[in-house]
Design a protein around this ligand. Structure first.
Ligand code: ANZ
Ligand code: ZN
Length: 841
């Protein structure tokens, strides 16, 4: 994941890019063609704020930050494909972001809609729900967020809800990230029922019924009220009974303004409500009259914006019924309880939320006695006969609001003409560049609206006077396709060539902070799928054929409690801010690198914790890594003094005649190769890889016959394996070995030329992994009596027992005085470690 160019590399960046750099160096050494690109997520509010606070142009500020961070990235020895560098604020890049918007437009995947938005009255800007905290305050300014209506662009991500959910299955991603994605999409099966309104007054209603969405059609006969959202179309003085209309509308306004931020907050609303004066008919029991309320817990953006209140079976409905003194009808009971419902529901509240059996009471009609499962189907079937209901699937996912009333973003490539309406900017006129002469004050809506000579333009259709759209695109649009651009970053004619993107996609390993586990990944998946479906790129035979952009995801844990907030799927943006202020991100990597060196910093970072875990940066123990690097230097220096007697190839040919020590050296080397390779190619447990390298170096320091080629092989392999983690140490040590003429004789695969990163990663010789011998503790009747040294590994119980009987000590413990073996009652065997022999007394 590319960084936001804040100007300062923090420890979180060091961690992500150390991981990606180590992996990319490793995979290059295994002979793969690796693309390790880097770029800058360079649009966004901070640049605009810098402009306001420090009077620097956002572009200049951003460019300076990029230069500074690039330098810092070099100091941690990252090896990126800089020839593919991109910055989303560069017109050469956002030209294509605009092109992709137009692709969405041409495919009817974006639309303009007046929508209630969260308005930050201090920053004068629209906020995403994720930017509003639990108390309805802006994540940035802290101001109480207001609700406003603005005409804005939306992308139809909901058209892809099913695919975005279903295709999660095939991804090699952490389970918790997949479940965050799936909760965000929030598929819910249920039914819609329509309740006809009873027209008591003479007013013309905008609809003759209220449609509700329920996930529990089996509770339809327990409904005691309907509740509609405060901004439901019925909430208007002209439709409501005259005597209470004004009061109801006033209360509805209060309710909706207390709900800024939407989402989960509203679901936990105060249960405030107001009776509208309207009544509706029960769809399957027309004699029943149900009162209609406005309720703060009903979201206007979910389902139909209206619910059927069933206080006996839903806790929110119960609380609302208590607060508004509504009677409770009880429809479903526990299967075991008497079906007349005389038993009280279990649990703290008189609410039974489980599935059960429908009571045999007149209210439940012919459905009494059915299980909830059966009743759900039967009730929906009965209602669909009369057109009063149907089965539906609902999603929590909402369409993606693309418009931002900000300056530092890609202008929406649309022109508004009084006679032609909405007109897309012709491709040949892209990019629509940002005007540079805009006064930024942080107040008063879209800054672009103030650049009169930019706003006023000619309509591409009728050539008449027209105006540009003055909003910019959400920066999540910029970052939803940059990985595709990496495949073909210099392309001046297209966002990327289909062939190049097809060859490169999907991204094999996508690495980044868990704070992007929801939105960035969801939007990237959506845009990738869209581009894939419209043929902008295809899939190689190995692909999953669904346009998924990221095959494997490695999310790195953060410090502080931010990660936990995120695990619940809440407010990633808020948490990100908190996290960047947290303890370990407060440590300045430049200082650490200057003091301990980049290699020690990288090694220490990866050794402290597996990448998924939260990292508590600890400056104390980094000296341990420094010392290990020094020991490694001494080990290699002394090895270089003593070139091996034989070439490695010759040596391998004589394997049968190797000394015990040589065999053990070869075994130790292969164990380390196996552990390091496994961690780098599969588990990403870098800490165990480094531990294996430390163990190997400790072993090699004890080898006596250092002129044996197995020792040289061990040393050369160790240096190669250290290199992806500690590149400058690796290069340096390789050079020492090369100069000493050590490598020509020792190294199997390659010559000493080209430096360590031109070498191939050592292969594991599976046949060498087995321990040469083991020591087995022998217990007799549970007491340790002696040890079997130098035993053949992996023996079964019987063969060990046979060996033991031949030992001199066996005489004393396992034979009677007359020499006959004692009767063995039982043996307990821990392979390669211990055997406990129970003998009869
Ligand atoms: C009656 C009922 C009875 C409900 C019962 C639940 C349990 P999920 O599963 O998340 O989709 N609901 C529907 N639309 C809503 C809205 N716009 N705002 C707030 N709540 C809404 O939730 C579906 C349930 O959430 C629906 O099923 C409805 O309450 C409520 F024993 O209908 B239920
Ligand atoms: Zn026109």
């Amino acid at each position: 994941m590319f960084p936001y160019p804040s100007g300062m590399l923090h420890m979180g960046h060091v961690r992500v890019y150390t991981i990606s750099d180590t992996l990319s160096r490793f995979h290059r050494m295994t002979g793969k063609h690796v693309l390790h690109p880097m770029g800058w997520d360079a649009f966004g509010l901070p640049a605009e704020n810098a402009a306001i606070e420090r009077n620097v142009a956002p572009g200049d500020w951003t460019k300076r930050n990029i230069a500074a961070m690039k330098e810092q990235l070099e100091t941690i020895l990252t090896d990126f494909n800089w020839d593919r560098e991109l910055a989303t604020c560069d017109p050469e890049y956002y030209k294509w972001t605009q092109h992709i918007f137009l692709q969405l437009f041409n495919n009817d995947m974006v639309y303009r809609k007046e929508a209630v938005v969260n308005w930050d009255p201090v920053d004068q800007t629209v906020l995403a729900n994720e930017q509003v905290d639990k108390n309805g305050r802006s994540w940035r300014s802290g101001a109480v967020v207001e609700q406003r209506k603005l005409k804005q662009w939306f992308a139809k991500i909901t058209d892809y809800a099913e695919d975005l959910l279903k295709d999660l299955e095939g991804l090699d991603w952490p389970e918790h990230v997949k479940s965050m994605q799936s909760n965000w999409i929030g598929r819910s099966e249920g039914a819609e029922f329509s309740f006809s309104l009873i027209q008591e007054g003479s007013s013309e209603l905008p609809a003759d019924s209220i449609s509700v969405f329920t996930s529990r059609p089996d509770t339809l006969f327990g409904v005691s009220y309907l509740a509609i959202a405060a901004d439901h179309p019925l909430v208007s003085a002209e439709y409501l009974p005259k005597d209470r209309a004004d009061e109801v509308v006033r209360r509805a306004k209060e309710i909706s303004s207390s709900l800024a931020g939407g989402g989960d907050r509203a679901a936990q609303g105060s249960k405030a409500g107001v009776f509208t004066g309207l009544y509706a008919k029960h769809p399957l029991d027309p004699a029943r009259k149900v009162p209609v309320y406005i309720a703060d817990y009903v979201l206007s953006t979910y389902g139909t914006g209206a619910v059927m209140g069933v206080p006996a079976h839903d806790i929110r409905d119960y609380e609302f019924s208590q607060a508004n003194r509504i009677e409770i009808g009880n429809a479903v009971v526990e299967p075991s309880s008497p079906s007349d419902g005389s038993a009280a529901p279990s649990g703290e509240l008189p609410v039974f939320t489980n599935l059960g059996v429908l009571r045999r009471v007149p209210e439940n009609g012919p459905f009494g006695g059915m299980t909830s499962e059966d009743a759900m189907k039967a009730v929906v079937a009965a209602a669909s006969k009369t057109g009063a209901g149907k089965a539906v699937v609902n999603y929590r996912l909402r369409d993606w609001l693309l418009s931002r009333q900000r300056y530092w973003g890609a202008p929406v490539p649309i022109i508004h003409c009084e006679s032609c309406g909405v007109v897309p900017v012709p491709e040949k006129d892209l990019p629509v560049e940002l005007p540079s002469n805009v006064q930024l004050s942080g107040r008063g809506g879209s800054p672009l609206a103030r650049a009169a000579d930019w706003v006023n333009c000619k309509c591409p259709k009728c050539n008449g006077a027209a105006k540009r759209d003055t909003d910019t695109l959400d920066t999540f649009v910029d970052s939803s396709w940059y990985f595709l651009r990496y495949a073909d970053a210099q392309n001046a004619a297209k966002p990327f060539s289909a062939a190049k993107a097809t060859a490169a996609m999907p991204v094999d390993i996508y690495i980044g902070g868990v704070e992007h586990a929801i939105l960035h990944l969801l939007y990237s998946r959506f845009i990738s799928k869209f581009l894939w479906k419209t043929g902008a790129y295809g899939e190689t035979s190995s692909g999953a054929r669904n346009g998924e952009p990221f095959k494997r995801l490695l999310t790195q844990g953060m410090a502080g409690n931010g990660a936990r907030i995120i695990a619940t799927g809440e407010a990633p943006a808020v948490s990100y801010e908190k996290m960047s202020k947290s303890k370990y991100n407060g440590v300045d990597p430049t200082e650490t690198v200057a003091k301990y060196g980049a290699d020690a910093t990288r090694l220490h970072m990866l050794y402290l914790a597996p990448p998924q875990d939260v990292l508590e940066w600890d400056t104390q123990s980094i000296v341990g890594m420094q010392r290990w690097i020094n020991r490694l230097g001494r080990l290699v220096d002394s090895a270089a003094e003593n070139a091996p007697k034989q070439s490695w190839l010759q040596c391998v040919g004589e394997r049968a005649r190797w000394s015990k020590e040589a065999q053990e050296t070869y075994r130790q080397t292969n164990v380390a190769v196996q552990r390091a390779s496994e961690s780098l190619s599969g588990s990403f447990a870098f800490n165990t890889a480094i531990a294996a390298l430390i163990e190997l170096s400790n072993y090699l320091a004890t080898v006596k016959d250092t002129s044996h080629a197995t020792f040289a092989y061990g040393i050369a392999s160790l240096v190669k394996m250290v290199s992806p983690f500690a590149p400058s140490v690796g290069e340096e040590l390789w050079e020492v070995l090369g100069k000493a003429g050590f490598l020509t004789a020792a190294d199997l695969a390659t010559s000493a030329g080209g430096g360590v990163f031109a070498q191939s990663w050592p292969d594991v010789d599976q046949s060498a992994l087995r321990k040469l011998s083991v020591t087995i503790v022998v217990q007799i009747n549970g007491k340790v009596r002696f040890r079997l040294e130098d035993a053949e590994p992996d023996q079964d119980k019987e063969s060990i027992l046979a060996t033991i009987m031949e030992q001199p000590q066996a005489k004393k413990w396992l034979r009677s005085d007359d020499g006959t073996p004692k009767q063995v009652v039982k043996t307990i065997h821990v392979p390669n470690k211990l055997i406990n022999i129970i003998v009869a007394k």
